[in-house]
Design a protein around this ligand. Structure first.
Ligand SMILES: *Cc1c(COP(=O)(O)O)cnc(C)c1O
Length: 305
């Protein structure tokens, strides 16, 4: 039994009507720990456990951390999550709710990650939030599911942080023979490391992250995601924080599901009736989810955006 669930694939009547095309939603927001991350993280944790790992370790205070904590609880393995001092009380509480040991260390993610790496020993598997082939393989299962559910889209929209989701979705699409179906990769202004890499023709490291979509906040994308942009059709788009936040509000009202701005970024293309969708009849949106921002937080951000 995998640690993720098969999620619903639903056609949004509201967004389909608004865009004059079929808008399909793969509801990864409904995964038990709140995001698609459990697909890859769950597969990786199971693989490491099968290889003899007795403890799990990560440095993500976000949805990857939540997925590792959940996976550890399900597998009966202790989990340590090292997070920076900037991590919200809410995130720490969510991690502790899954019985993870939370260690707060250093001013930023880099320091927390260094600390986590120093804790690795023979019994401990370190789970990377986006750069591990085991993760991509796990994420790819969502595309197998979409195919089983009977949809072959004309384009697929994903949010991009470190590029693990994009890499998994691309892998799944390749497996299904959807090599010519474009992937539309969406980021927010201030977290657009994939867009910067595509523009530069090589991976670049952003000096800083300034978007509220912290789950997209990888300063550099993984090599595999960049590689996919060289070898298959990938269209990069950047939206404002405000557009991402408005999409979260609208989606909550339309679909009654709360997602993070990271996911709102992808949905913004549908809410803005983006011209990038114009040539496709059936568009699949990966509703990646995210559990780290409450509605109060989203409305606070929206007031300032
Ligand atoms: C992690 C995450 C992303 C981005 O995934 P990457 O694999 O880092 O590109 C997008 N949305 C949510 C909700 C996430 O948790």
């Amino acid at each position: 039994m995998p640690l993720h669930i098969a999620t619903p694939l639903i056609q949004s009547a509201i967004l389909s009507a608004r865009n004059g095309r079929d808008i399909w939603l793969k509801m990864e927001a409904l995964q038990p720990p709140g995001s698609f991350k459990i697909r890859g993280v769950g597969a990786a944790c199971e693989a490491y456990a099968a290889r003899g790992a007795q403890k799990l370790l990560t440095s993500s205070g976000g949805n990857a951390g939540l997925a590792v904590a959940y996976a550890g609880q399900q597998l009966g393995l202790p989990v340590t999550v090292v997070v920076p001092e900037t991590t919200t009380e809410r995130a720490i509480r969510l991690l502790r709710d899954y019985d993870a040991t939370v260690m707060v260390h250093g001013p930023g993610w880099h320091e927390a990650n260094q600390k986590a790496l120093s804790l690795i020993d023979e019994q401990t598997a370190f789970i990377h939030p986006f750069d591990d082939p085991l993760l991509w393989q796990g994420h790819a299962s969502m595309i197998d599911e979409v195919a089983q559910q009977g949809l072959r889209p004309d384009a697929v929209v994903v949010a991009v942080g470190g590029g693990g989701l994009l890499s998994g979705v691309a892998e799944g699409m390749q497996r299904q023979g959807w090599d010519s179906v474009p992937l539309i990769a969406v980021e927010t202004v201030g977290a657009a490391s994939f867009h910067a890499a595509v523009e530069a023709g090589e991976r670049v490291t952003l000096p800083a992250i300034s978007s509220v979509a912290t789950s997209l906040g990888a300063r550099q994308v993984c090599q595999q995601a960049f590689q996919w942009a060289q070898t298959r059709p990938v269209i990069s788009r950047v939206v404002s924080d405000k557009a991402a936040l408005q999409a979260c509000e609208q989606f909550l009202s339309d679909q009654r599901v709360l997602v993070e701005p990271a996911c709102g970024a992808a949905l913004a293309l549908a809410y803005e009736q983006s011209a990038v969708l114009d040539s496709y009849r059936k568009v699949l949106f990966i509703v990646c989810g995210g559990a780290t921002a409450g509605i109060d937080q989203i409305r606070q951000w929206l007031d300032k955006a």
